[in-house]
Write a protein that binds this ligand. Sequence first.
Ligand code: URP
Ligand code: ZN
Ligand code: ZN
Ligand code: ZN
Length: 466
Amino acid sequence: MSRTVIRGGLVVTASDEMHADVLIEDGRIAALAATGTPAAGAWTAERTVDATGKYVIPGGVDGHTHMEMPFGGTYASDTFETGTRAAAWGGTTTIVDFAVQSVGRPLREGLDAWHAKADGRCAIDYAFHMIVSDVNQETLKEMDLLVTEGVTSFKQFMAYPGVFYSDDGQILRAMQQAAGNGGLIMMHAENGIAIDVLVEQALARGETDPRYHGEVRKALLEAEATHRAIRLAQVAGAPLYVVHVSAREAVAELARARDEGLDVFGETCPQYLFLSTDNLAEPDFEGAKYVCSTPLRPRDHQAALWQGLRTNDLQVVSTDHCPFCFSGQKELGRGDFSKIPNGLPGVENRMDLLHQAVVDGRISRRRWIEIACATPARMFGLYPKKGTIAPGADADVVVYDPHAEQVISAETHHMNVDYSAYEGRRVTGRVETVLSRGEFVVTGREFTGRAGHGTYTPRSTCQYLS
Ligand code: URP
Ligand code: ZN
Ligand code: ZN
Ligand code: ZN
């Protein structure tokens, strides 16, 4: 039996804070006991970590990543190996990535392909959502089967006509199926049909710079799609999770639906909380680094997102990590913003950026853990194995130094991408040590993990329904 004790830290979960020692046995949390008590003092272990002055927190659960995702003729630049290593560096110990169904092909084929990409390569545990690009009688039946295999959530797109797009009828059918099998529909809520008209008109006017990506993908078209998704889910009697919410008007739609008592949930991402259309407008095509969908919004939308996190109208912060190098990938869209691959890197930065929000007084420490660890674990059926520090949980634990200062930079990050969306940003707080199922993946700022330690983790259905 292997035993590790983490001594003297402030254990922070979504529900509690206590000065406690944590005993880990065979990859699981065995016990917690108040620091300095005889019970904790009696524990012996092969390894002891001194966490005095540090936080001891559950490993982060990033419910939205895209390793090696094909998009716009290229692939997201992080593989499961590089991306999960970077995640570990940033204090995240579980990712839920998106397997993609190709149009005309079975869900099974897409899921198998994603298993093949990830198997034996991950430094931390992983699970899958399924992107449903083609709703038909076969795929609806396959959804039932996938739920029994631990793939319990399905992303649909109201954007990207001709690629991932589903029309309202297809969405309603998938929602009805989810209502029957316990699955959770995750919605990319933007009116892609209307956006494509605005894209065509902008390009015809010679408006080709990255900043026009933000102008054509209007906040109102996010809000309209969010509203429509909510009402379709209500008609189907299904819960709904809206991904990457960026517009204040969309938050208002979620808040209204929640006030009606609907099981409607919202996720936002660090890029919407910390970046804005000012970044998209950076000269010399630098704005391309910030092209993602939904797009970055004018700075004054951020207050609504922070408020949504405080009122629980937004429940989760995920990264939507989907990195493309500036050189050779983002550059595909020089002269035509619509050809810039959509997505931002961030899997390594989420825990630190949200800790900065704690330092700045925007959220409490417990809320930090709730939105980044516990709620994503509950939302996607991984709790209490993931997302908390409690007896029986996987020993996915981060020792976090809340006083260390760091400057985020592509020079020092571990993501396989040639820029940082947060270049030069100073943050207080830094990951020191990371355990995944009791194994030391990061040890005092050194990577000690290995590709293949991370295992596929099947999920139960949503544990966050009211
Ligand atoms: O721009 C983004 N978000 N790229 C990733 C794909 C998606 O829509 O989530
Ligand atoms: Zn999306
Ligand atoms: Zn409310
Ligand atoms: Zn995404």
